[in-house]
Each structure stands twice: as structure tokens, then as C-alpha cells.
Design a protein around this ligand. Structure first.
Ligand code: ADP
Length: 443
């Protein structure tokens, strides 16, 4: 519909020629020409009025009829439409940026050259306790920290500092200053409490492993030095060599546990559908033999297992977790103590539990005993032969089986370690032909 304005001029010319001819015929050329011009002007006036009305709200197509008006108004309409689309796109992008900015876990604060806060996101409100009152105010007035002042003044070489977060929680913030244009600065802050904790944990872990390996190694070196004595008789040499086994076994147990932990942490969790049922009652029977060897008749170990109850899981991992719990019950129970190992159905799912009448655990230690190398100090007799990794292994295995370790314990009265697996992991075992599996493993 983009007619050329030339057509309009041709129409005007035709109108004038026509009027001229009529005027010539009537003998009033000038009058007719004037009348034609007036008609044309009235028409253009109407067109202008149409344009004017349309221009007030240029959302629909312009309604001009004359090509002289139609072409430019159409072009204007199209340009307006495109600019509307562009602004809508820009607004959408701005909105997305705002949403992203608000969703960022890190605090972002815009600071003007006077050091005043001009904009901040949700995380800044949370991590740095900023509120609408802080807008237009100095950031250092809100967080008075010498390092932050130095950072904002540009006196920190890497533009990076670590300061305590405001508020009662013991959190640390890493704060960075970034120039965004000649006048404004962006202050980014992230919570590094967890990262610091992990770094400390890693350092502690290395220190602990070194310490745990150093102790048996020192013993081994001591015995080896003793063996260098040429005057030792054969029997003494034999005795010393025998003594080398214990620290060597201790080191091997530690390395085995470390490798197992690493494997548990790094290997992917198999899908439930890929797993075969584990015959837990049979596994417990096997564990009972191992436990009795360890206890050497010093404890009364009882196993009560639902013979038909199996579990979708990883056999070897469950073996490691269960033997660790049973070994602990033996290790932390006095001679003659009773230990119950139970495997039964509950409304929530299958439950495995180990109960002892041992030393128990004080409440302040309960939340920490699954940490690597965390041990309760039993008044000097700190180490009872474990690697300190047992419960960490249990925790990981159970996590890989969608469950968690629960502990009920009372110092002096004993402990109950248990876990309830999700009901969908339970499976029924065919007991036909396995008479012994049906029995309850009481003494
Ligand atoms: P460890 O090799 O020292 O036994 P674990 O990770 O298995 O390491 O256990 C961590 C700590 O938890 C133990 O050192 C012990 O203090 C405590 N603990 C674990 N099981 C028991 C239990 N059955 N009775 C009392 N204390 C226990």
C-alpha cells in the first residue's frame, strides 16, 4: 500500500487541469481553479486531522487515504512498531538481568564515586544486611572495617579482601572491587565460610593421616633399629619380627579405609534398577563369624534377622558398613557385654541396627562421630585400635543407599546405631530350600 506521493501530485494536476477546462468552458477559469484548490486543501486538512488523531496513539495502522500522507505515516508507523519491539526486547533483557542479579548467590553492590550505594541485590541484603536505608549512603558507614575502607579507597593491591560478615552469624566474606566505568565501582562479596571450612578440613585431614601413619611407622622404625643389633639371638629376633605385624596391619587398615572412603566418594551411585537384591540375613550370618573372631568370645553377639527381607543395594559396601558398626560395638563394650544385630521391617522401610551395652557416647560428641578421625577421648585411652574412619565409611555407604545413620546413646548405658532404608529398597527373598535362612540367629 506504499503509494508514491507522485501519484498524489498527478491527482492534483489532473484536478487542476480538469477545473481549468471546466472553468474555460464556463468562462471562469480562475474561480474554478480556486475552487479545485480549495477542495484539495480541505481534503489535505482532513488528512492532517486523521494523521493528528492517529499520532496521539499510534498503535493501529494510520487511516490516511491520500498517498501524500499515507506513505510517510506508514513508514512512521513501521518505524514506531520496530522501535516498540526493540524497547520491549530491551526491557525483557533488562528484566532478565534484574532476575539474574537477584538470583545471584553473591552480593553485588553498585557504588558511585562518592562511595555511596546506588544499587544492591538480594544477596547483598542477605549477606551484608543492606536495606533500602543504605541507598545513597556510604557503604563503610554500614560496615566499618579498616580493610573495607582500604578496598574502597583503592589501597588494596589485588582489590580483594576477606572480612567478617555483619550480623551475629560467624561468617566470612570475600569482597572484591571491580571498576565498571570511569565513575562507578561494583563490589562483589561471596560467603567463603564453607570454603574456608573445607580448606581447614583438608589441612586437618592431611595432618591426621600423616599423624596416624607416623605413629605405627615410628614403632616399626624402632623395631627395625633393634633388629640391627647383631648380638640378638634367634628367638628375640623372632619376637621383634612378630611385633612388627601389629603396626604394619594398622597402617594397612588405615590405607584400606582411606581407599574405600575415596572410592565411596568418587564412584557414581548405581541406579536402583541396576541393583540385585542383597541377601542381608546371609550377610549377617557371615558378619557374625567375623565378629566372633574379633571378639574372641568376650561378647555375647546375637543376630535377629527377618529371613525373607532382602535389600536392593551393593553387597560389598553394605558389608563394610555393617561390619564397622558391629566392630565398634565390640570395641566399645566391656567383656561380657551383649550385642544385638537386628534386621527387620518397619512401616517406613527395612531397618538395620546394632545395639550394645558399652561405654556409650556423650551428647556433645554425637554430631561429630561420623567425621573422619573424630574419636571420643576415653581419659587417655584414646585409641582402641580403630582407624577413626569407620563411621565416616558407614555414613557414606548409607548415603549411597538413600539412608542415614541414626544414633541413640547414653554414656555408661550403651548405644544403638540404626538406619532405616527407603521402603522401595526392600525386597523379598525366596527362602525355599534355605532352611537355615529362616531361623532366627539367636544363640
Ligand atoms: P574408630 O575407628 O575410632 O572406632 P569410628 O569412626 O568407627 O572410629 O568411630 C568414631 C568414634 O565414635 C569412636 O572413636 C568412638 O569414640 C565413637 N563410637 C563409635 N561407635 C561407638 C560405640 N558403639 N560405642 C561407643 N562409642 C562409639
Amino acid at each position: 500500500m506504499d503509494e508514491s506521493p507522485g501519484k498524489s501530485l498527478i491527482a492534483l494536476a489532473v484536478l487542476l487541469v480538469g477545473a481549468g477546462l471546466i472553468g474555460w468552458a464556463l468562462g471562469h477559469v480562475a474561480l474554478c481553479l480556486l475552487a479545485a484548490l480549495a477542495i484539495w486543501l480541505v481534503f489535505q486538512g482532513l488528512e492532517f486531522r486523521r494523521f493528528w488523531r492517529w499520532a496521539r496513539r499510534p498503535l493501529s495502522r494510520p487511516s490516511n487515504r491520500s498517498a501524500l500522507w499515507r506513505a510517510p505515516t506508514e513508514r512512521l508507523f513501521r518505524a514506531l512498531g520496530q522501535s516498540r519491539i526493540r524497547s520491549r526486547n530491551l526491557l525483557e533483557r533488562l528484566d532478565r538481568m534484574r532476575v539474574i542479579n537477584q538470583a545471584l548467590p553473591d552480593a553485588a553492590i553498585l557504588i558511585n564515586p562518592a562511595g555511596q550505594v546506588t544499587l544492591y541485590n538480594e544477596a547483598a541484603a542477605r549477606l551484608m544486611e543492606l536495606g533500602p536505608d543504605n541507598l545513597g549512603r556510604n557503604l563503610v558507614g554500614h560496615i566499618r572495617h579498616p580493610q573495607l575502607i582500604a578496598l574502597l579507597e583503592g589501597k588494596v593491591p589485588e582489590n580483594l579482601i576477606e572480612i567478617p560478615a555483619p550480623g551475629p552469624l560467624d561468617r566470612r566474606l570475600e569482597v572484591r572491587r571491580i571498576r565498571i566505568d570511569r565513575n562507578d565501582w561494583l563490589i562483589l562479596a561471596r560467603d567463603v565460610t564453607q570454603l574456608n571450612r573445607l580448606l581447614t578440613m583438608r589441612q586437618d585431614f592431611v595432618a591426621n593421616v600423616s599423624h596416624e601413619l607416623r605413629t605405627p611407622l615410628t614403632v616399626i622404625i624402632g623395631y627395625l633399629e633393634a633388629l640391627e643389633d647383631q648380638t640378638l639371638d634367634q628367638d628375640t629376633v623372632q619376637q621383634v619380627v612378630q611385633k612388627l605385624y601389629s603396626p604394619a596391619h594398622r597402617m594397612k587398615a588405615l590405607v584400606d579405609d582411606l581407599l574405600l572412603l575415596t572410592r565411596l566418594e568418587s564412584s557414581p551411585v548405581p541406579m536402583l534398577s541396576d541393583l540385585d537384591p542383597v541377601n542381608v540375613p546371609r550377610l549377617l550370618r557371615q558378619l557374625k563369624t567375623e565378629a566372633e573372631q574379633l571378639s574372641n568370645g568376650r561378647h555375647d553377639i546375637r543376630i535377629e534377622a527377618d529371613a525373607e527381607l532382602g535389600l536392593l543395594g551393593i553387597d560389598t559396601e553394605l558389608h563394610s558398613a555393617f561390619i564397622n558398626l558391629i566392630t565398634n560395638a565390640i570395641r566399645y563394650s566391656p567383656n561380657g557385654g551383649q550385642i544385638w544385630v537386628r534386621w527387620y521391617k518397619t512401616a517406613r522401610g527395612p531397618c538395620f541396627e546394632v545395639q550394645d551395652e558399652g561405654v556409650g557416647i556423650a551428647p556433645e560428641h554425637l554430631t561429630r562421630i561420623t567425621e573422619r578421625f573424630y574419636r571420643v577421648d576415653f581419659g587417655g585411652a584414646r585409641v582402641r585400635g580403630g582407624t577413626g574412619l569407620g563411621l565416616a565409611i558407614v555414613k557414606h555407604v548409607l548415603k549411597r543407599h538413600d539412608s542415614a545413620l541414626q544414633v541413640q546413646s547414653e554414656p555408661g548405658a550403651g548405644s544403638r546405631f540404626y538406619t532405616i532404608f527407603p521402603a522401595q529398597r526392600a525386597c523379598s527373598l525366596s527362602t525355599a530350600g534355605h532352611e537355615d535362612d529362616l531361623t532366627d540367629y539367636h544363640h
